[in-house]
Write a protein that binds this ligand. Sequence first.
Ligand SMILES: Cc1cc2nc3c(=O)[nH]c(=O)nc-3n(C[C@H](O)[C@H](O)[C@H](O)COP(=O)(O)OP(=O)(O)OC[C@H]3O[C@@H](n4cnc5c(N)ncnc54)[C@H](O)[C@@H]3O)c2cc1C
Length: 318
Amino acid sequence: MSTVGGGGPGLRVAVVGGGVIGLTCALELARTGHRVRLHAADPPEATTSAVAAALWFPYRAAPADAVLRWGAVSRTAFTALAGDPVTGVTLRPGTVVHRTPEPDPWWAPGVPGVRPATPAELPPGVAAGTRCTLPVVDTGRYLPWLADVVRSAGVEVVRERVARVEDVPGDAVVVAAGLASGPLLGDGTGVPVQGQVVRVADPGLTGWVLDEDGPAGLTYVVPRGRDVVCGGTAVEGATGTDPDPDVEAAVLARARALVPELRHAPVLSRAAGLRPGRPTVRLERVEPAGRPVVACYGHGGAGVTLSWGCAADVVALV
Ligand SMILES: Cc1cc2nc3c(=O)[nH]c(=O)nc-3n(C[C@H](O)[C@H](O)[C@H](O)COP(=O)(O)OP(=O)(O)OC[C@H]3O[C@@H](n4cnc5c(N)ncnc54)[C@H](O)[C@@H]3O)c2cc1C
């Protein structure tokens, strides 16, 4: 066994992908004692992960039972990180809006303290909702922090685009390259789900609002202290990543209708990204004979939400 990366005496493990999934897998593998090299085509700030709001919420990810399990592990991890401001993670109360009565949301078993929203906690014109406190991950701060922790754990980071998994050196390979993972593994079931956000100045909001089924489309408002992320869109099959001014105007109008305090908040920045959609998250050992290849991708609109739970399973599979 030759040496790849820094760290302990375990296997030489290559991780392909340096978004939230690849970084978290690399960290957990290094902490377990493996010698890890991370191959990433782009820096963290140029990934889909950097576009995410990111509220802990299991949006557009399946299967439900595994998603709840991965989500619960991640929620615990983020709750611990929220104690340290440098991580960019905070715990914030908020309301999930229900356009039709939903007394027991499917995701609620993973979240303690879930209760029906009181009328005062509901946005204008909304009849029902669920109230809870969830992690909010400011990816603009979290990803650089995570990348630093990854390097400190002895992971060697290589900025390169992998063309073939077969060519990647190592005793085991983890494919965690988001939308690019399917093509690397001959899996054609992935689909981009384009999402656009606009970030405005935070007028001092205390809570987030999520309206998945709004009459005019998906809407969320996620305050992060230095800004508020307003979204969003979910366009299956669209591949553009340039923010569209008309879409932005519509997103802002919906966000301001839900949270009138945003009416005069100036726009600070904007972004669009491609969620790695897939019928189900793929987390399995795909080449049991010979060296292990572990697939970890297809997290849809919940990659941040599932990151720590999926990384724990990846470690077990490696
Ligand atoms: C508008 C929007 C809002 C969102 N909001 C949330 C939210 O609130 N909560 C939440 O949990 N999730 C949210 N998401 C979803 C979340 O962003 C994704 O699920 C997550 O970023 C997927 O992470 P990933 O690491 O798999 O992929 P990515 O972040 O896309 O990273 C892929 C990595 O692989 C690398 N790569 C690709 N091809 C290769 C190759 N051939 N060789 C080497 N490296 C390669 C890339 O350079 C990159 O480093 C949102 C997404 C969008 C677009």
